[in-house]
Ligand binder design. Structure first.
Ligand code: NAI
Length: 786
């Protein structure tokens, strides 16, 4: 028997089991299996599969595998409910979200226990982190519902949303998905992960309890096949997915060209950077929260410790000592630090990756773990930057440790990943922290803290970690749409440009063939060919016939112009004002050029005048479209910074040969991007005339590159290019599909539209939406005080 003296001598914890009675009673009542929640009621169970308690291997419940007809029924219910839900006042919708928040609070203990049983996470976490964050998220979004008309005037909900979520934070991911969707007036069909469907089903019951109108929220359970039926469903307007990058890429291809909007929150391999002057004890505690939180099954887990060489040894010793104290075991024990891995399949995956890592030379230091679906906390050293442990998302309690010499080395190692979800930086020198924070390519940066979340700040990644944000104002933007006019007549593809031999006019001593514009210089096309440009009365000139090679050169030039992104807004504004002045000085020439395409006198003058005004408008915005400081946790500032995407490929609309170029290129460069633009294929000569404006302006070389030629072929090369981070395409429906499909490679952000849809002369051709598309938000968390 343990005596008080023993306890004092060892300072060990005794077991403190959570009572699971109310949950086991509930499961008992549903021993016949769960159906789906569709149209406000549970369906009869269909073909079921078991969901297990990973800590014991025991079956918790039987859950229905969703079929095509189940998904059809759910989508129908959501479609039918959507107009009425959207027609409610924001205040009415807010009341439902408040009610959901309050009822979750009332059932908090039940939900926490159920979550820990189904997922294996420690009750301490589900009780103190997951469920409180769910409540916070629902309250926060009740607020957005209330404020919709004031804060997002003139927008509409997207419609019916298909949402597929993972198993690592089952209820929290549900809240992240449904709260903004419902607040904005959308309805939802959501599929929880097959390993962890139970809290979503319990939540469906809570929705009924709150009297949420039928069909507003529908839950369909099932595996990846059911997920694919939802994400591919023809009557869904928006898909939101959180899960593996592999599946995210599949969904990108599946939804390409369907007109569905898409947000993806995918994997990560986040760096945890410890500088020599960091508070090492605090940083060690940080590692515990970074990688041993939720068994390391966290998309933003700090999985790669990068530590300054000077303190690496001491840090490793401290860390190992701390690892020895971590308690791995029963998730329902309140003193457990690390619970069970979600499923034996996931445990096998971790083991397989670790075996590979060891074969590649990694050395492991491990804590202890009980038999069963558990994995010990693990520190891997001797890990080469290109090895599997340094590059693959392990999604388990495994962290690598790599020493570095200088801050520049740390930065290079931190960014040496295809992901870009999060990073954590530890140093007592705030200047250094903020400098590194600005330069790490990731959507969330924690300074001297880690894994801090709040509904008031956006969460989401750069690069192959996906696109779109969840939380805060940024997150709401993913669930609303500005008013759109359907094109009266969709754009048809222009005929392929016919190659004509170059007529350099050597004999006449003049060069009549317009060239390309790459790296600040006029360049001959690689093909050596031109194509004929026609006006109403036949040929009016020749433009360079650009090809893949020209696009690659242009992308290289654009990447070299990266310093533009670091210039001040004021600096960029000056450059854009001057560009406007130069354009204005040549207004008559441009009018003449537009008229040669058959544009009437008044229209030509209007197009040139509008283009000049847009230079000034985006110059004005260059230092004003800035970020925000979010209200999140106490004693934290959360800085939401707008950052450029990097290189944006732009396929300009066919119509408005000058304005189509100016209206797309300017917002992109005003925000610090560099661009590779493909001007109107049929009338490229306004763009080639524009070279002279560029040459007399102060735009640094490589910031604007222009390649004329077959639009869709050139756009394909841009979409496939891994060094292009964004792709805008205004063209045919077929081209839209192609661009979205080809962009799946590096998961670049896309903006596609029918080229005939936008009113380029009017308000549709200018606005904050262009600036939003040209930026991504980085949230930097900086705690202050003791
Ligand atoms: P997963 O990406 O396959 O599963 C996530 C969700 O997507 C589940 O609801 C699943 O049913 C659904 N799904 C699967 N295939 C689908 C498809 N083709 N279309 C639509 N939905 C589909 O992740 P999985 O297999 O459970 O885990 C594998 C690895 O993925 C993990 O080891 C981890 O590395 C990573 N992962 C990353 C997550 C993150 O949040 N970053 C979350 C879950 C897994």
């Amino acid at each position: 028997m343990t005596t008080i003296t023993d306890i004092l001598a060892t300072m060990d914890y005794g077991p403190a089991p959570e009572d699971t009675g109310i949950v086991t009673d509930w499961l008992e009542r549903h021993s016949g299996g769960f159906g789906h929640y569709i149209g406000g009621a549970f369906t009869k169970p269909g073909k079921t599969f078991d969901t297990i308690n990973p800590a014991t291997g025991g079956t918790l419940a039987k859950v229905t595998q969703g079929t095509q007809s189940d998904v059809d029924a759910a989508v129908r219910a959501a479609r039918a409910a959507q107009p009425k839900w959207a027609a409610l006042s924001g205040h009415e919708r807010a009341k439902y979200l408040y009610a959901l928040a309050r009822h979750v609070q009332q059932h908090a203990r039940f939900l926490a226990v159920l979550e820990s049983l189904d997922n294996g996470k420690p009750i301490r976490e589900s009780r103190d982190i997951d469920v409180p964050l769910v409540v916070r998220h629902l309250y926060h979004h009740a607020g957005w519902a209330e404020l919709m008309e004031d804060e997002f005037p003139g927008t509409a909900p997207v419609g019916v949303c298909g949402q597929v979520i993972p198993w690592n934070f089952p209820l929290l991911m549900l809240a992240w998905k449904i709260a903004p969707a419902l607040a904005a007036g959308n309805t939802v069909v959501l599929k929880p992960a097959e390993y962890t469907p139970l809290t979503a089903l319990a939540f469906a019951g809570i929705a009924s309890e709150c009297g949420l109108p039928k069909g507003v929220l529908n839950i369909v359970t099932g595996d990846g096949e059911t997920g694919a039926i939802i994400t591919g469903h023809k009557d869904i307007d928006k898909v939101a997915f959180t899960g593996s990058t592999e599946v995210g890429r599949l969904i990108r291809r599946q939804t390409a060209g369907s007109g569905k909007s898409l947000t993806l929150e995918l994997g990560g391999k986040s760096p945890f950077v410890v500088f020599a002057d960091a508070d090492l004890d605090a940083a060690v505690e940080g590692v515990v929260d970074a990688i041993w939180f939720n068994q390391g099954q966290v998309c933003c887990a700090g999985a790669r410790i990068l530590v300054a060489e000077a303190v690496a040894e001491r840090f490793e010793t401290l860390l190992k000592a701390r690892m020895a104290q971590l308690r791995v075991g029963d998730p329902l024990d309140k003193s457990t630090d690390i619970g069970a891995i979600v499923h034996p399949v996931q445990l096998d995956r971790i083991r397989e990756l670790m075996d590979q890592g060891v074969a590649e030379g990694a050395k492991l230091f491990q804590g202890t773990a009980p038999e069963g679906c558990f994995y010990p906390p693990t520190l891997a050293t001797g890990v080469e930057p290109a090895s599997v442990l340094a590059t693959e998302e392990i999604f388990g309690p495994v962290v690598t440790l790599t020493p570095f010499r200088t801050p520049a080395d740390a930065l290079a190692l931190a960014n040496n990943t295809r992901y870009g979800l999060a990073a954590s930086i530890w140093s007592e020198n705030v200047n250094l922290c903020l400098d590194i924070a600005a330069r790490i390519k990731a959507g969330v940066i924690w300074v001297n803290c880690t894994n801090v979340f709040d509904a008031g700040a956006g969460f989401g990644g750069y690069r192959e970690s996906g696109f779109g944000r969840e939380g805060g104002r940024e997150g709401m933007a993913a669930y609303i749409t500005p008013p759109r006019q359907k094109a009266k007549k969709p754009e048809t593809a222009p005929a392929a440009p016919e190659a004509a031999p170059r007529t350099d006019g050597a004999a006449e001593g003049i060069d009549r063939t317009a060239k390309l514009y790459i790296g600040g210089m006029q360049a001959r096309p690689d093909s050596g060919y031109s194509y004929s440009v026609n006006g109403p009365k036949g040929g009016i000139g020749l433009a360079g016939l650009g090809n893949r090679k020209d696009i690659r050169n242009a992308v290289e030039a654009a990447n070299k112009a990266g310093a533009w992104g670091k210039a001040t807004g004021h600096n960029r504004a000056q450059v854009l004002y001057y560009l406007g002045e130069n354009l204005s000085a040549r207004a008559a020439e441009f009018e003449e050029r537009l008229r040669s395409f058959g544009t009437g006198k008044g229209k030509a003058a209007e197009e040139v005048e509008t283009a000049i005004r847009r230079c000034f408008w985006y110059a004005a915005q260059a230092d004003k479209f800035d970020g925000a400081v979010h209200q999140t946790k106490s004693a934290h500032v959360t800085l939401a910074m707008h950052e450029p995407l990097g290189v944006i490929g732009i396929a300009c609309p066919l119509a408005h040969p000058l304005l189509g170029l100016v209206s797309t290129v300017l917002p992109a460069i005003a925000m610090g991007n560099s661009v590779v633009a493909i001007p109107s294929q049929i009338h490229p000569l306004a763009a080639t005339d524009f070279y002279q404006v560029l040459e007399t302006s102060d735009i640094p070389d490589g910031v604007i590159n222009i390649v004329t030629g077959p639009r869709d072929d050139l756009a394909r090369t841009l979409a496939q290019h891994d060094d292009v981070q964004g792709m805008w395409y205004f063209g045919t429906a077929e081209g839209c599909r192609m661009v979205e499909t080809e962009s799946a490679g590096n998961l670049k952000q896309t903006w596609i539209e029918d080229g005939a849809e936008r009113d380029w002369i009017g308000t549709g051709g200018q606005g904050r939406i262009f600036l939003q598309r040209a930026t991504q938000v980085k949230n930097i968390w900086v705690p202050y005080g003791e």
